[in-house]
Design a protein around this ligand. Sequence first.
Ligand SMILES: Cc1cc2nc3c(=O)[nH]c(=O)nc-3n(C[C@H](O)[C@H](O)[C@H](O)COP(=O)(O)OP(=O)(O)OC[C@H]3O[C@@H](n4cnc5c(N)ncnc54)[C@H](O)[C@@H]3O)c2cc1C
Length: 391
Amino acid sequence: MLELINSLFSDSEHHELYMGVIETVEGIIREFPEDAWKRKMIGDPELERQVQETVYGAGLMGLGIEEKFGGMGGGLLGPILVTDMLAQHGLTSFAQVLTSFCRAPLLNHGSPAQIERYAVPSITGEKSFCILATEPDAGTNTFNISTRATRRGDKWILNGQKTYITKAAESDYGFLIARTDLEAQGALSVFVLDMKSPGIEMQQMNINIFGEDRQYTVFFDDVEMPADALVGEEGAGGKYMFAGLNAERLIISAMAVGTADLALRETARYVNERTLFGGQPTGTYQAVQHPLAQGKADTEAARLLLYHGVKLFDEGRDAGMYSNMAKLQSANAATSVCDAAIQFHGGSGMDEDTGILALWRTARVLKIAPINNEMILNYIAQHGIGLPRSY
Ligand SMILES: Cc1cc2nc3c(=O)[nH]c(=O)nc-3n(C[C@H](O)[C@H](O)[C@H](O)COP(=O)(O)OP(=O)(O)OC[C@H]3O[C@@H](n4cnc5c(N)ncnc54)[C@H](O)[C@@H]3O)c2cc1C
């Protein structure tokens, strides 16, 4: 990471901060046994808690938050470095990833009081966020949602449902996208919802991808939200949401390339040891080497798109194309690498205890969530090569 950061960010005013981040994350990684990721991926609540506490304890959640709010500043690159490096060791805290991108619209559009109340406690890990966007009848098309917040006196009353919500049960706050009485197309609004409010019910879904981090369908039945739960202007939620998408795609890309590195390292270790015919390790065969070598090249190419996208983002330039391309290429590279990892682990690739299948699940879901690769290709076709909008 040092070489990459030095070559792309050596003239950044935050260069020293980034060097400190790398050193801190390396220290965290050394605190855990090398194979801790296997337990974490499969689901080990105690390990999950330890990783989260260590990341929060090191102050890393203050990255990207302005100093005046008690953060460390430094833009998006800090959270990206943390996500990439932790994923390389299977120690990504999904709580950290979620909170990083959920609080971004709040930091950009919330009032100082909202930032103090909701975002600042997320620096210490005292409070965490989930994101409540997807609905059963409005998956990819968020503009089709029907969850509604209606003004009643000085309160908002919320009704509807969301689905696939990661960590809904464990989060303190939800960053919620809802329709209000502004009926114009796209007039969505965003709210910070106290997830412990009366009137919220949840059902755990039968999805098991990120170890302890599970998904829920969340039902709202006349849930009261205070007037100041609304973030920014009513009806501007669509705009805020879009503004946060590039950061979200870059963070997901970091998770994908880190996961690909881990799968490559683990598979290289395995095929260097596994001997079947005449004492030769399976890693000596070209049929085994080439997919892994291709995966390495694809991963590093995706990582370059990622860090270039982050540079544009942090310099306040248009990062849309690179964020989308980075997310696409990283999710594809990670899925191919993990597929090869399963193949070259043979039957043991199917054994949950080796952790390889869990790595594949982590990589594979990133082609679908938080945005599917087809929508990314739609964006590239339209904005990158001037083709008509196709949907
Ligand atoms: C593990 C996991 C965690 C998640 N966590 C959260 C969360 O915390 N919060 C949250 O709000 N949501 C979350 N989601 C939901 C996720 O964002 C949605 O699954 C995703 O947006 C797609 O919506 P959908 O599943 O309804 O698929 P659909 O919208 O039904 O789409 C299905 C498929 O159709 C194709 N498709 C759709 N539209 C187009 C198009 N215009 N052009 C080309 N192809 C298209 C794509 O292949 C797409 O994958 C999570 C999902 C998973 C699986």
